[in-house]
Ligand binder design. Sequence first.
Ligand SMILES: Cc1cc2nc3c(=O)[nH]c(=O)nc-3n(C[C@H](O)[C@H](O)[C@H](O)COP(=O)(O)O)c2cc1C
Length: 795
Amino acid sequence: MAAPNSPRRWRLPTMREVWFQLHWFVGITAGTLLAVIGLTGAILAFEDEIVEAINPGVFAVPVEQRSRLEPEQILRAARQAHPGERVASLTFEAQPGSTVGVRFAPPPGERRGLEIHVHPYSGDMLPAVRGAAFFQFVDSTHRWLLLPRAPGRIVLGILALCLVGLALSGLYLRWPRKKDWRSWLTFNTSLRGRSFLWALHAIAGTWALVAYLVVAGTGLYWSFDIVRGTLQDWAGTPSAQPREARSAATTRGEGGLAPAWNTFVSTAPDWSSATIRLPERGSGAYQLTWLAQDAPHDRARNRMTLGDDGAVRQDERHADKDAGQRALTTIRPLQTGTYFGLPGRIVMMLASLALPGFAITGWMLYLGRRRQKRALARERSLAAQAGTDTSGAPVLVAFATQGGQAERIALHSAGALRAGGRAVDLRAVSALAPGDLAGYGQALFVASTFGEGEAPDSARRFSRELEAWQSMFDGCRFAVLALGDRNYARFCGYGHALDRRLQALGSKPLFPLIEVDQGDETALGRWMHALGGLGASAGELPPAGEAAPLYDWVLHSRRLLNPGSQGAPLYEIALRPGLEASWQAGDLLEIVVPAAPTAPRRYSIASVQEDGAVELLVRQQRHEHGLGLASGWLTEHLAVGGSVRARLVANPGFHAPGDDRPCIYIGNGSGMAGLRGHLRSRAGMGRGRNWLLFGERQRAFDSVCDAELAVLRAEGMLPELDLVFSRDPGPEYVQDRLHARADVLRRWIDDGATIHVCGSLQGMAGAVDEALAAILGRAELERLMDAGRYRRDVY
Ligand SMILES: Cc1cc2nc3c(=O)[nH]c(=O)nc-3n(C[C@H](O)[C@H](O)[C@H](O)COP(=O)(O)O)c2cc1C
């Protein structure tokens, strides 16, 4: 008897695995705080515009004919309105109509004094700025996470380092081996589930990378004295002089303000905004900080010191500073994006806003992985317990996985082989060396594809070694189950590469490679069937992919579609999702019937996302004891407005081809649901080459979607329509009509058509399959199925 699980060989983690662990660990810890910083940063990006918009008349007033008040008149007005407080500074804008900002000295123990605005023509005090406290709060959160300043700065510095780490490790992890820059940088909107989240996370991250390096790099300057000191030394900036102690309120005269201001205006006629700091008790100098109209950025400040006689004591211009000092002044504008004007600010805002997005997608990916790992651990231990008598030389079952799906399928494949009495060695390819293969007569590989058609990270080393391997494996026969997603340019790329390499090394396939598109159950069924030929007993495969969460839907409406029919009543049931829901034509809704010890029921979705509701066509079942549990509840007992627990189930095997190739839709009865979803979706995209072949009982009572089909025909979206009825005179079934229209069918297939069949397995689907095989040839039908051009959703 072989051990259920061969011991895994211990190995050193690869660089990628180490970086991956670091990336997610820093991501779910520091990333959560970075999300807060990003969100607050995005709010602050347009603070000025927002504050001005919610405070009309505070920052600008209508321009008047008379001249604006002189600075000392403004000062007098401010002092009259706030007697006993010392005015610290006045801020003027050159633009007519701008109000004057007056800042008072801070009360003892506080950092900032009150700021008010004064009407430039009348000297009236303007209303207090609304929203100021909110932005103050957002600003303190953004800059020091509401911590005291000194530790806050350090924490922010560490977070900036984490951001650099996340950005660079993310880049390393997705660095492509095959450089297809276009697909590397563009988002493929047809992806779903984990691949969708992954692409969103990775591609947005790549785009935002430069912005994050700039923000984090500049952030380090503010956070760490050592960085700032080093840069300032390099730039030759004199270290800041300690400010004079601020004194308490005083109301000394301001005889010097007018001469100082006049000198300033005549010395710097090109000023655009200027803040004048009033001298404190004892010192008689006015400090002016001002921006020129053609300033390269908002920190290109000039300084002027004026005596109260109006004499210029010092005139320091930005343009006269040396290059290093000028460079230091760009740090802040680079960080906020203002250096590049409005486009720069928008980019920075989007990059900030993306940070919470990364945290959310990162957490979702992490939780998904954890769920998958737990499920795997359960399945591993179940497999280990299932001791079965096995004999003979073991088969190797090897898996190459990124997210765990390949391992689950490998586990089940191994289980089925063991149940059939075969000895199995189950191995991750990461714990396998090419030389090991020589020891097996049969090797099965379950291989998923990652990145852009590449090997999963854990399989890279093995695939490199296999490329370099020289000896032949002619004694070992193999098979590959290739997992992938057709929405990627290189579908099942790694599975195919492995298949080619093994053949090149002389190994013969046991059976041809089987491709699995997003866990397509039909393909997985073919794999299990093929394993039967190797002695496996029929095994159940794990449910493909991750299940979407169950949540509450509301029964929005219910409509009987076939009054008077001889058949059971058929209802159209519309359910509105409680949360945002997304599905594609061909997908299913799985409904949990309350208080019923039955498995959930799956229904084909008859509507498209744009309809805002999932519509189902539900046939009311009646048994001798009454109504069917699920159908009776949905069609009768559940009140409109009532709630339904359900989840969307992706059904990739029944999706549309994704381009405007022609489509043939064949079905009967409630199978109209899956077909109608497709027809609506195709019409919505303007893809008009559709043919519907549909069977029911009587034209008079069972023409369930007549009106909608008539509209589609009138719009040119349904050039071929065959409705057949089995209980009308001259009864006819869909398979009969297929035979009658065999020529048209062949023509459509020659044009590249895909066939979709939806409806009852008994009777219809089997008969349609036979009709198709008779018309096209069984081999051709198999070929169509392999190429994804014969898709079925039958029950
Ligand atoms: C980031 C990412 C990249 C992928 N790239 C490809 C690809 O290039 N080609 C492909 O056929 N499938 C691709 N897939 C789909 C996976 O191969 C597929 O979902 C598979 O079932 C995952 O199996 P695993 O959980 O064992 O890794 C990709 C999936 C993800 C998440």
